[in-house]
Design a binder for this molecule. Structure first.
Ligand code: NAD
Ligand code: TYD
Length: 363
């Protein structure tokens, strides 16, 4: 079956992996990447697929109802995979309005445009897939803080866990999830949502922990560890997330939610030490030589202590499993950043940035 799919946020970290997977795996589909190219969007992430005949890039803001409306009609779109968002917690603490605008109003704009286009001819064959985060569930306790890496306890986020977001980022994502469910429950739109744990891998903007620290280790700059480094995150290789998105888009049940996670919990400080060891070896430095770069800094405001996903529903119902062991994924990731120093330098110097304007100014 041929499909015309809009992927929003396709020039970002996870979106670029999803676009690549769909363009290469489904030559019979038309893949339209709708992205505003904010500081986080970079077309260099997709240079290997930009000339494929089944791929088109459209620069547009998801908050622009007219632009979204006309694109859906022009391309006769029957599927939307929605990843566009403001995604960094520290930025959300500085500018919560921007996060409400993009993540809440942007999602609502897409839902409204899709409804206007799809509802009159019926919902059959349509799909609105919203990519969300485990951060909407709030934070878990550290039940076994003495253990160096997971599992820290037997309490995990399930699809039934009550929403309890703490940061402006997770509050905005939670709100967008509620709007997606509301469109399913009110209008019967065939929606599906997935909530994933922390991703790592190539093309992640170096403001997030892993690429930022690889960059700093390379240049022998301090590694700012928030608080005591005791917070726990559950890390998943980005290509495993993209495979889960492919499965859920095609086989997930309308109206359902799927949690995605790697069963791979790491306390930040243990992860940072592992990252230093791996990077040192790949740089030809003595293993552990850069441990002195670890610098404890003031904690993030409202810093969630622990995230951990129970992924048994997607494993049981759709047969998904993470494919990579963390040590292997981390080494592959470090190797990629070290082999793509131009990408890293371009992104950190801002050379790639295409400024865009929104209601709250220039970014
Ligand atoms: P990212 O910040 O790397 O990329 C976001 C993309 O969205 C960029 O290309 C940006 O240009 C685009 N964008 C932002 N505002 C836009 C707008 N108004 N209109 C159109 N495009 C816009 O983000 P990411 O880490 O790839 O995350 C993608 C999605 O996955 C987000 O919805 C995020 O909440 C979710 N998620 C991320 C993680 C993670 O660990 N990174 C984990 C779970 C879920
Ligand atoms: P991050 O990559 O920002 O993802 P998230 O906040 O969405 O989990 O951060 C991962 C963890 O690393 C989080 O507990 C915050 C911490 N952290 C630091 O200690 N120092 C840093 O410079 C950054 C960016 C994050």
């Amino acid at each position: 079956m041929s499909r015309n799919i809009v992927i929003t946020g396709g020039a970002g970290f996870i979106g670029s992996h999803v676009v690549r997977l769909f363009v290469e795996k489904y030559p019979e589909y038309r893949i339209i990447n709708l992205d505003a190219l904010t500081y986080a969007g970079n077309l260099a992430n997709l240079s290997d697929v930009e000339d494929k005949p089944n791929y088109r890039f459209v620069k547009a803001d998801i908050c622009d109802l007219e632009a979204v409306r006309s694109l859906l009609r022009e391309e006769r779109v029957d599927g939307i995979i929605h990843l566009a968002a403001e995604s960094h917690v520290d930025r959300s603490i500085r500018d919560p309005f921007l996060f409400a605008r993009t993540n809440v109003l942007g999602t609502l704009t897409l839902l409204q445009a899709a409804r206007e286009y799809w509802e009159p001819e019926g919902w059959e064959g349509k799909r609105f897939y919203h990519i969300s985060t485990d951060e909407v569930y709030g934070a878990l306790a550290l039940t076994h803080p003495e253990r160096p890496s997971g599992p820290y306890g037997d309490v995990f986020f399930t699809e039934e866990t009550r929403y309890s977001p703490h940061s402006p980022y997770s509050a905005a994502k939670a709100s967008s999830d509620h709007f997606v469910r509301a469109f399913h429950d009110t209008y019967g739109m065939p929606t599906v949502i997935s909530n994933c744990s922390n991703n790592y891998g190539p093309y992640q903007f170096p403001e997030k922990l892993i690429p930022l620290f690889i960059h700093n280790i390379r240049d022998r700059r301090p590694l700012p560890v928030y608080g005591k480094g005791e917070n726990v995150r559950d890390w998943l290789y980005v290509e495993d997330h993209a495979r889960a998105i492919d499965l859920i888009f095609h086989e997930g049940k309308a109206g359902e939610t799927y949690n995605i996670g790697g069963h791979n919990e790491w306390k930040n400080i243990d992860l940072v030490k592992q990252l230093i060891r791996t990077t040192d070896v790949l740089l030809g430095r003595p293993e552990g030589a850069d441990m002195d770069l670890i610098t404890y800094v003031e904690d993030r405001k409202g810093h969630d202590l622990r995230y951990a996903i129970d992924a048994s529903k997607i494993e049981r119902e759709l047969g998904w499993r993470p494919s990579l062991q963390f040590e292997e994924g981390l080494e592959r990731t470090v190797r990629w950043y070290l082999e793509h120093q131009d990408w890293l330098d371009d992104v950190t110097s801002g050379a790639y940035v295409k400024y865009y304007e929104n209601a709250y100014g220039k970014y």
